[in-house]
Design a protein around this ligand. Structure first.
Ligand code: F6P
Length: 324
């Protein structure tokens, strides 16, 4: 293998730049020519591909976002789109790919590999932490800390006014961000898609809590089955039936995707990036380079996207215990 290309796809996450940097520099260190594809599968289809050098990735490790930009491509879902992408890659003689992204990225990479056979290794880049085959995804730690910082600030004002705050965090269909910033932020409740919330129980406890605590923070994962934070707040407000209580909603949104990556995300991104290149050189393909139990491991794309990563049961117990 002489030429490889790297791209980022789907929602960006802090630490993707560290991962790109590691792919480029590991590739060069191992004697490869490395190319960068702009805007994920979109750029692959358009032939927006450039040669990368060691200096191309200077001064990016501390930056959020992705220097290669990202996109969610509809055209890559079509056989015609994928054929165009393949033609562009083969015109440049690209023999291996590193795909940095989440489950959508790996779904595309798997189909593409099975159709055209260009060896591909993925790196788990998403704030959601919902990828099987790695203990943490690149960007998750930064997103949790960003949300936590916001929750700490909200608590100051919540306490000053004795208010009940509903804070909605990202995570798509997974509750990892919600549960970690809920535990770290001392939330009274955390609502996650993985477990069914008994609203009656929440209302009863909130009424009780209000006697002993000046403020309450309820963290709501955006994918919760009961609805978004605004809707859940409405249901609870109706059941509490106390006009003296003030309820507020804060949706943190895309703030969770930006910002300077934490040390953990920079190191994880770097390890996974190096692992992806070394994996390609060792003949691995159709799999992801992740870190489990502090070891680099390769997991087939089929498992990464097909298996659900569960919340840790200790985290669920902690929420119950610590909110009394
Ligand atoms: O997958 C990352 C993520 O930030 C999710 O947490 C969120 O649901 C989604 O992407 C938002 O996507 P977009 O930026 O396309 O609105």
């Amino acid at each position: 293998m002489k030429k490889i290309a790297v791209f980022t796809s789907g929602g960006d996450s802090p630490g993707m730049n560290a991962c790109i940097r590691a792919v480029v520099r590991t590739g060069i260190y191992r004697g490869l020519e490395v190319y960068g594809i702009n805007r994920g599968y979109e750029g692959m289809i358009e032939g927006d591909i450039k040669r990368m050098h060691s200096h191309s990735v200077s001064n990016i490790i501390q930056r959020g976002g992705t220097m290669l930009k990202s996109a969610r491509s509809m055209e890559f879902r079509t056989p015609e789109g994928r054929k165009k992408a393949y033609d562009n890659l083969s015109a440049l003689g690209i023999e291996g790919l590193v795909a940095i992204g989440g489950d959508g990225t790996f779904t595309g990479a798997k189909v593409f590999y099975e159709e055209f056979g260009i060896p591909t290794v993925g790196c788990p880049g998403t704030i959601d932490n919902d990828i099987y085959g790695t203990d943490f995804t690149i960007g998750f730690d930064t997103a949790v800390n960003t949300a936590l910082d916001a929750i700490d600030k909200i608590r100051d004002t919540a306490a000053a006014h004795d208010r009940i705050f509903f804070v909605e965090v990202m995570g798509r269909d997974a509750g990892f961000i919600a549960i970690e910033c809920g535990i770290g932020g001392g939330a009274e409740f955390v609502m996650v898609p993985e477990t069914k919330t008994d609203l009656g129980k929440v209302v009863k406890s909130l009424k009780g809590l209000r006697k002993s605590k000046s403020s309450s923070i309820i963290v709501v994962a955006e994918g919760d089955e009961l609805g978004n934070a605004e809707e859940i707040m409405g249901m609870i407000k109706q059941k509490i039936k106390d006009p003296t209580k003030e309820f507020k909603v804060t949706t943190l949104g895309h703030i969770q995707r930006g910002g300077t990556p934490t040390a953990q995300d920079r190191v994880l991104g770097s390890r996974c990036g190096m692992g992806a290149v070394d994996g390609l050189l060792a003949g691995k393909t159709n799999c992801m380079s992740g870190v489990m139990n502090n070891e680099l491991v390769y997991t087939p794309f089929a498992e990464c996207i097909g298996k659900t990563k569960p919340l840790h049961p200790d985290h669920l117990s902690l929420l119950d215990i610590l909110s009394i």
